[in-house]
Structure formats: C-alpha cells, structure tokens
Design a binder for this molecule. Structure first.
Ligand code: HH2
Length: 280
C-alpha cells in the first residue's frame, strides 16, 4: 500500500495515535555525549524516572537513543547501542502507556528493540539501509524518514543545496517510495533540522514548512535546543528553552504533526497556543 492521502493516525502496535492534534515526542538519550542530555540519563534508574516524568508531562511518544548524532560525533557499535538502550526499552514498553520509538539507523539495533517492545523506528538516515526497510516492514511499525546531508562526523563542514526546501522534499519523497516498495506501510517525514544544514537553511525550512504539506505523510520536526538557536541567540544548550518554544510553536503553526522535544511540559503549552492560533 502506498500512502496517497495523509494518514489521520499512526498505529504503533496496538496503540492508535490520532493526528487531529500535534503529537509530542519526548527525547531521552542514554548516551555519554548527546549535545544536551548526554550523561544525564546513563543510569537506568535516572532514565526510568525521566521517562515517567516526560509521560506525566504529556509526551505522546518516547524516543530513546543510544548514539549521539550531534555534529562531529563518532558512531558506536550496535552491541554498545543495545547495551545502552535494550533493558530500558524493555522496561518502558511494559510499564508505560505510550509507544516507544527507537532512534537508530542500525537494522540490528532496531530489530532487537522492536522485539523488546518498541513500536516505532526513528532513522536519521531515512531508511537508507535496505536491511532497515526490511525490519520496519516485517514488524509493520511506523518509521520516521529524516533528511540528512552527509554523516554526523562531517555534515556541518560545507552544507549546500540548490533550493533547500525542494531538495529536502525530493529526498523525502524518494526515500518514502523506496520504503513503500519494501513493504513499509507507515512513513513519517522529517526535514532534519541541523543535519547537514546552515542556520540559514534551517530557518528557511521552518519558515517554508507548509510546503511539505503536499507530501502525503505526517510531518515531524525536531528543533529542540539545537545549535541554530545558539548561533542566533548566543545561548548555551542549557539556556535554549525560550528559543525552542518559539521555534516549536512556529513549526506547529506551519503544519508540523509531531514535535520532537526535550522539555515536554513547556513545549506542550507552546504547542497548545500555536494550535489555538492556527485554528482560530
Ligand atoms: N535530532 C536529533 C536526534 N534524532 N531524529 C529526528 N527524527 N529528528 C531530529 O531532529 C533529531 C533526531 C538530535 O537531537 P538529540 O537526540 O537531542 O541529540 P544527540 O543526537 O546529540 O543525541
């Protein structure tokens, strides 16, 4: 089945998430080096408590990552990634009432996490690996196809586009077709703010986000505490909540269906305001 009209819900295992309002994806990184929460939730108990807090604050989905993709970061093995996130995903999936997404581009990691109870895959390489497409199709879970130019290690060296919006859209449409051809039935697309893009590219994507609405897929946007906010305002990652709220609200106003954020409670209020203004 190829999606032709934008879906009105996503189905994560037995859970159905209607898309009649913006969904909030809470971020939890079990890494020593993520740009904002690196090292904070390396301990299992702290990670559990934070996950519970994000859900209590209104997260509709939890996105669990075991490898940082910040610019300049080094990849880790699937074994190390699984060691970081496996037990946590298993515990969260059986104790929390929201879908768990695994933030990985490795088919081996995704397959194991889906067996442990995750019901969504978030792939920053846009399901580039055919083995990943096969895993997602076999488990019949939604997958986030994100756009990135280059690899995290070098992606910020000289990002360049013809027209950033059409280039990113074309990439997402092509990857979504490849995914559908492999049997993936639910695709979510993401322009990949900060992944192989200058500040100007990121701002143009956010300003022209509405142009993504002619792709027949739900749209996810992650701008939370990212370095563009720092470059514009001079704020450190710890100080970027106000910039995050502004950018997240504008993403919602311009059509984002899902926002990926570290600060669920605060972003939920920003999302509610943006939705109310959009619908007024
Ligand atoms: N951003 C990050 C990681 N994964 N996935 C999607 N779909 N969209 C994003 O914008 C996105 C993502 C980077 O943020 P974070 O996970 O907080 O940092 P790190 O990669 O350093 O762990």
């Amino acid at each position: 089945m190829v999606q032709t009209l934008q879906a009105d819900h996503i189905q994560c295992g037995a859970r159905v998430l209607p898309l009649d309002r913006t969904l909030i994806m809470g971020v939890l990184n079990v890494t020593p080096d993520s740009f904002y929460d690196g090292g904070r939730f390396f301990d299992h108990q702290q990670a559990m408590e934070h996950a519970e807090r994000l859900v209590a604050e209104g997260a509709d989905i939890l996105d669990i990552g075991g490898e940082s993709s910040r610019p300049g970061s080094d990849p880790v093995s699937a074994a190390e990634e699984l060691r970081r996130v496996g037990r946590l995903i298993e515990t969260l999936a059986s104790n929390l009432n929201v879908p768990i997404s695994i933030d990985t581009y490795k088919a081996e990691t995704a397959a194991r996490c889906l067996e442990l109870g995750a019901t969504m895959v978030n792939d920053i390489t846009g399901l580039r690996d055919p083995a990943m497409r096969e895993v997602v199709a076999r488990h019949d879970v939604p997958a986030v196809i994100m756009h990135m130019q280059g690899e995290p290690k070098t992606m910020q060296q000289a990002p360049s586009y013809g027209d950033v919006v059409s280039d990113v859209k074309d990439f997402l449409a092509r990857r979504a077709c490849d995914a559908a051809a492999a049997g993936v039935r639910q695709v979510i697309v993401d322009p990949g703010i900060g992944f192989g893009k200058t500040v100007a590219h990121n701002m143009e994507l956010l300003r022209r986000l509405q142009e993504f609405s002619d792709l027949p897929y739900p749209l996810l946007v992650g701008v939370s505490r990212k370095s563009s906010i720092g470059q514009i305002t001079g704020a450190s990652p710890d100080e970027r909540l106000p910039g995050t709220l502004a950018a997240t609200a504008i993403a919602v106003l311009n059509g984002a269906n899902i926002v990926r954020v570290h600060d669920v409670k605060e972003c939920k209020q920003a999302v509610q305001m943006a939705e109310a203004i959009r619908e007024a």
